[in-house]
Design a protein around this ligand. Structure first.
Ligand code: MTE
Ligand code: MO
Length: 223
């Protein structure tokens, strides 16, 4: 990229971030309804067949030989994995739905990877750990309570519907947390930090809800 391209790219990126931040300020897409988990489609969502790409506009390319996953903070066994070591861990396959805050939902995504439960069994969070902070290769961050990361449907996935997760969708490895809006599912995951204190992430400090339950329509921070 030339310097001009970089500037243009930066402006475009900031424009996208600005408009998403304005959605939060104006409460765009809110229906004011809530629904039980037995209702598969959360309020204000529409089902799509494609899989849209959403990110900050930087899609880092991480060759697997250079890839590392760092797990640290309030854990008994801080661990760094190389790619082959990580993919040698016990595997889990799971089919779950995606609910994005921009109002699309995509059903029946088949993920393969390591379950959060299995990862937790290895790193062993200390009793004081209450929050999990995800740090990605594109500098994105997002936060969830440890209780939600511990759910039995949470995955660190390298495969989607039988294929390696593409770079645009967060490959080589992304987080998948089906019961929260998809911005909580960090793409290009680099570091998983266990923490005593909560640390609101990229969108959480820009007007998006700190928790993000789609069935309670927690799109934006309500104050
Ligand atoms: N590292 C990283 N993860 C991210 C994002 C991002 O910009 N960077 N965007 C989030 C948002 S807002 C959404 S909706 C989903 C989109 O994932 P997809 O592009 O695979 O649909 O990724 C989430 N995870
Ligand atoms: Mo999103």
């Amino acid at each position: 990229m030339s310097d001009d391209d970089v500037t243009l790219f930066g402006k475009l990126k900031n424009k996208l971030i600005d408009s998403k931040q304005k959605w939060a300020e104006s409460g765009r897409l809110l229906t004011g309804k809530s629904a039980a988990h037995s209702q598969r489609l959360p309020p204000g969502q529409r089902q799509v067949e494609n899989w849209p790409v959403l990110d900050l506009g930087i899609q880092p390319e991480i060759p697997t030989h250079a890839w590392r996953l760092f797990v640290d903070g309030e854990v008994e066994t801080p661990t760094t994995w190389k790619w082959g070591e990580f993919t040698d861990l016990p595997k889990t396959t799971l089919t779950t739905d995606i609910h994005c805050v921009t109002a699309w939902s995509r059903y029946d995504n088949r993920w393969e990877g390591v379950s959060a439960r299995d990862l937790l069994g290895i790193v062993k969070p200390k009793a004081a750990a209450q929050h999990v902070i995800f740090h990605s290769y594109d500098t994105y961050t997002t936060n969830v309570p440890l209780a939600d990361f511990s759910a039995d449907d949470v995955m660190l996935a390298w495969s989607w519907n039988g294929e390696a997760i593409s770079r645009e969708h967060g490959g080589p490895l992304r987080v998948v947390i089906p019961k929260l809006y998809f911005w909580k599912s960090a793409k290009w995951i680099k570091r998983i930090e266990f923490s005593v204190h909560d640390k609101p992430g990229f969108w959480e400090v820009r007007g998006y809800h700190n928790y993000g339950d789609p069935w309670l329509e927690q799109r934006y921070d309500d104050e």
